[in-house]
Design a protein around this ligand. Sequence first.
Ligand SMILES: Nc1nc2c(ncn2[C@@H]2O[C@H](COP(=O)(O)OP(=O)(O)OP(=O)(O)O)[C@@H](O)[C@H]2O)c(=O)[nH]1
Ligand SMILES: [Mg+2]
Length: 420
Amino acid sequence: MSASSTVTMKEVDLLLVGKTGTGKSSVGNSILKKQAFKTSSSLVSATVGVAFEFSEYKNYSIEVTDTQGYGDTRLTSKEKVEDLCKCITMAMKANDGKGFHAVIVTLRFGNRLTDEERDAITAIKRIFPGVMSTHGILLMTGGDMFEMERKKSGVVFQNWVHQQGKDFKDLLEEFGGRIVLFDNNTENEAEKNAQIDRLLEMIDSLPSFGERYTNILFQAAAAELLKSKDESQDFIIDRTTLRSTSVLMDKFEDCRRIDEQEDGADRKVLLEEWNRLLWRCDQLIEQIENRGEREMTGVEYRVVAMRKTIQEYIDAKKNHKEEEAKYRAMVAAQQRLYQEYVRSKILTVGLIVGGTVLGVGALAATIALIVLYPSSLTILLRVARALLPLLRHSIPYVLTPLASVFIQLYRTMRQGQDKK
Ligand SMILES: Nc1nc2c(ncn2[C@@H]2O[C@H](COP(=O)(O)OP(=O)(O)OP(=O)(O)O)[C@@H](O)[C@H]2O)c(=O)[nH]1
Ligand SMILES: [Mg+2]
């Protein structure tokens, strides 16, 4: 187990509410850094009911609950408020009645604060008494549009906020002055992270000091949920598994993506990451198995399947390592042979050149001697005649080792050429 797997993750459960089309689902996707929720530019609410998803970001374990937008154009005014109440009750149930660390109300830059928006906020305040001051955050989407405006006017966001009318300022006051700008369309990774960081920083400094917002309504919803024990138990366990599975699957996809970018990936780090994932899968499977007799759900089967795939990846990596070691050894052997071949070639050339120089030198010296001292010819012939028997006897002793040296050299050269 590596050090990073022991880091305590800070849970942050967020509820997204607001008027239809203000960008709740897009904000959810930006916070989770994945396409978790369906978004649409249609006037009819794209999100129906509630949906939730999870992610891990830095040391935060984030859960986002996205809700159907307030102000669905298909509903009457009364129906809209009732609809929102129903939707938030569903969100509370989906959250196991634990409550939320922050309630994020979305507004859209460029949209006027309409009666519908005010209605929605009044309805939210009724459902969560006092929630805005302790847990509420206003989030303005359309950061890209604001940026275009800023380029023209030169007014930065905080100043723009102060320039707004009384209605807006009153609303902002209810949120303790907390407002954050989000550009859900940005492709800039640093900006994507910076806006999440700004939001998390704001959540960390809420006057609730990290306490979840739970009121009687939440508890009532939880009590209702827990009425039928078996059913609720299944729901709660599945949800916990779901949370971990969702995060693990994201990490699995990340690893797979990095793995495919063969060149950029640090093999050792990647193998560690795969092992860490395997460890987390094992933990999750242990949890599933420990809760006793109950058939596995589809999600749990996915965890088991994911574990198998991760193990296969790790095995493939290890095999790859062994193959790599074998290949390196083979390359080293070839290099050694090639060096021997080069050395033998140098030796051969040296011997031929040396022999030739010596031979030519000796011949030139003899000729010079005979020319300068003709009488030396007789002496030289005598010496040659005396040495002849000796030379005749020594030929096998000289030629045999010389021949074997040349044969050996020839063999080495052939081997070197074959290996090349
Ligand atoms: N330019 C721009 N468009 C955005 C931004 N955020 C969201 N949108 C667009 O606004 C439209 C509505 O976004 P959604 O996220 O579906 O809004 P929603 O509040 O979830 O809508 P409902 O589920 O219908 O209530 C989509 O076309 C988004 O692409 C943003 O920051 N900038
Ligand atoms: Mg939506």
